[in-house]
Design a protein around this ligand. Structure first.
Ligand code: CP
Length: 325
């Protein structure tokens, strides 16, 4: 039976049951079909979403804002430097006031050891749902889109699929841990076996790796960690080669970038792609550091589904907003 998800915060998939997540995927599929057929879906007519971006974005901002338009509502882009947050207004006052005006608050705040705490504090005081647009720990909307994409390409029954999540070397900036962490948490709950590969300095938050292990065990799936890049590709159905910072080793940006430079061969190329199953799909949440993280041959090649993945952000987020707001 469908659950009433009105007002439920979405900060991590860990706080949503598999059945609740399936409700999102079911509605996302319907909304995608309606859009393709040109049928309007004014499920949030007259509603407002506040979108607070502490960090830059292409996909997240545009898919949320466009999604609200397509649902008949309005998304308002907010930047902390133009809000009273810049003068020290606290999370409680922001949450209480926006709750008096509108219907949902979405936040991107990726500062390490700050972002998730801020989202939690807003959620504690908000009377409307708070949706994570990415923090330092989780990027749950990205992983909903990833899962929808996997099902579209490999079938609805995901049990027994192998997903490789591999660190890649992208020394232009230090990326958060939230994408790989959200992948390893959610995918095993749908029966997907996960191999996570990274150089020793790039481990994820230990408590998240532990939760991923527990999720896999509860679902009868496998979760393993390797220090060999190739292990993420071997016999895989899906691979997500993606950079993140060595934040468990150092939070110094200079040292972090030097460590990223230490492993230039951790780059997805045709040789590594050949290690996977013939039907293996290549995924990346984007933006990708072309030439460093992945060769053009792979990201522009026939196994790449990165634009489907980016498109599905729109559909899963519309479903999420329609169910919670
Ligand atoms: N994947 C993703 O979140 O993209 P943006 O940073 O462009 O929003």
């Amino acid at each position: 039976m469908a659950r009433d998800l009105k007002n439920k915060h979405f900060i991590t998939t860990q706080e949503w049951s598999v059945e609740e997540l399936e409700q999102v995927f079911a509605l996302a599929g319907e909304l995608k079909q309606a859009k393709a057929a040109g049928r309007p879906t004014p499920l949030l007519a007259g509603r407002t979403l506040y979108m607070i971006f502490f960090d830059s974005s292409t996909r997240t901002r545009n898919s949320f804002e466009t999604g609200m338009t397509q649902l008949g509502g309005h998304g308002i882009f907010l930047s902390p430097d133009k809000m009273q947050i810049s003068h020290g207004e606290n999370a409680k006052d922001t949450a209480k006031v926006l709750s008096r005006y509108g219907d949902g608050i979405a936040i991107r705040h990726c500062a390490f050891r700050e972002g998730n705490q801020y989202l939690r504090e807003v959620a504690r005081h908000a009377e409307i749902p708070v949706i994570s647009m990415q923090c330092d720990v989780y990027h749950p909307c990205q992983i909903l889109a990833d899962f929808m994409t996997i099902r579209e390409h490999l079938g609805a029954d995901t049990r027994g699929l192998k997903l490789g999540v591999a660190w890649t070397s992208a020394p232009n900036y230090v990326r958060p841990l939230s994408v790989p962490q959200s992948l390893i948490l959610m995918m095993p709950r749908f029966g997907i076996d996960v191999t996570l590969a990274y150089p020793p300095e790039f481990r994820l938050m230990p408590e998240i790796e532990e939760q991923a292990r527990a999720n896999a065990e509860a679902a009868g799936a496998r979760f393993e960690i390797s220090n060999r890049f190739e292990d993420a590709f071997a016999d895989a159905d899906v691979v997500v080669p993606k950079s993140w910072g060595p934040l468990m080793t150092t939070t110094d940006v200079g040292q972090g970038l030097s460590l990223i430079e230490k492993y230039p061969d951790w780059r997805c190329d045709a040789r590594r792609m050949a290690l996977g199953k013939e039907r293996m799909i290549y995924m990346h949440p984007l933006p990708a550091d072309r030439g460093r993280e992945v060769t053009d041959e792979v990201i522009d090649g026939p196994q790449s589904v990165v634009y489907d993945e980016a498109e599905n952000r729109l559909h899963v987020q519309k479903a999420l907003m329609a169910l919670t707001m």
